[in-house]
Design a protein around this ligand. Sequence first.
Ligand code: WQD
Length: 339
Amino acid sequence: MKVLVTGGLGYIGSHTVVELQLAGYDVVIIDNLSNSSTKVLEGITKITGVTPEFYELDLKHKNKVQDFFEQHQDIDGVVHFAASKAVGESIEKPLFYYENNVTTLIYVLQELQRLRQQNFIFSSSCTVYGEADKLPVNEKSAIKLAQSPYGNTKQIGEEILKDACKINPDLKTVALRYFNPIGAHDSSNIGELPIGIPQNLVPYITQTAIGLREQLSVYGDDYSTEDGTCIRDYIHVVDVAKAHVIALKRLIKKEQDSNFDAFNIGTGKGNSVLEVIASFERVSGQKLNYKITDRRKGDVAAAFADTSKANDELGWKAEYTLDDAMADAWKWEQKLRTK
Ligand code: WQD
């Protein structure tokens, strides 16, 4: 079975490629290297012993997308990660986010429709829920006004999927709504590779601890949470990767009746920023240098998942703890900087 992974050299993409290969799939990667490098291919090969086929290709170029699918009609499933994903950055560059996240999805789906391809997994996000009225959020929770262009691109992406399925009954799609993926493969051969100043909390923590960054800024401690800092559902990236393998198997085995389905991929537990810092200090044995600053635009106070649907219908459950993820993130950061 051959699986195309777009954005397969990215953070979640590369960990998913590893789990797909370990599950016996042949993997083909498309990536434009805007937020990754071909060194990730070496890391994947070190873990699985198999170098996936790789094509450097920007999905914003429609004719190149068409050529690729013309030459690869033997694909049994597509896992679509290729997108930009920084909430804060999307507020500064909304048009880039709509072009990079939405147009590319349309071009891929147009090819799937032309080739009668059937199985498609969409990298969605808990940000589709916006500021949820009730926590934890489940898949029936209201899809509220997105708090950022990034979240909006994921909401729009899911709507596009639903409409694409209406005119292509063969197309079976799953939107996996990740909460906050963190950590790295425990081999430290792959992990998060933020280019420039990290937008996300955990890589900023590890880069501060290793001395690359002066001090972590905690964006606000005046939220309506126990310690005043924002709450998120931090899930180990390998748990997220494994959810894709299970969801894809289910599609290929035609075990999904509906043409579109969505699942929350989280731990079901919320942790505050200060709790994440405490976890890092516990697993690393060192104090972190941080200060409290103003809130960041686009942040919601709290978001964490009700994962019972994925537990029951996919038979998937997060296995790693916050400390496991922080330990793997720290090990990866140390390995990165000692090369
Ligand atoms: C987490 C918390 C910040 C940096 C992420 C992904 C997004 C989506 C949802 C998948 C917030 C605080 C951060 C810093 C801080 N996932 N923070 N100082 O915004 O929840 O979004 O999860 O689709 O793709 O980006 O994650 O790590 O940026 O922020 O205090 O230097 O950490 O305010 O409360 P976010 P994040």
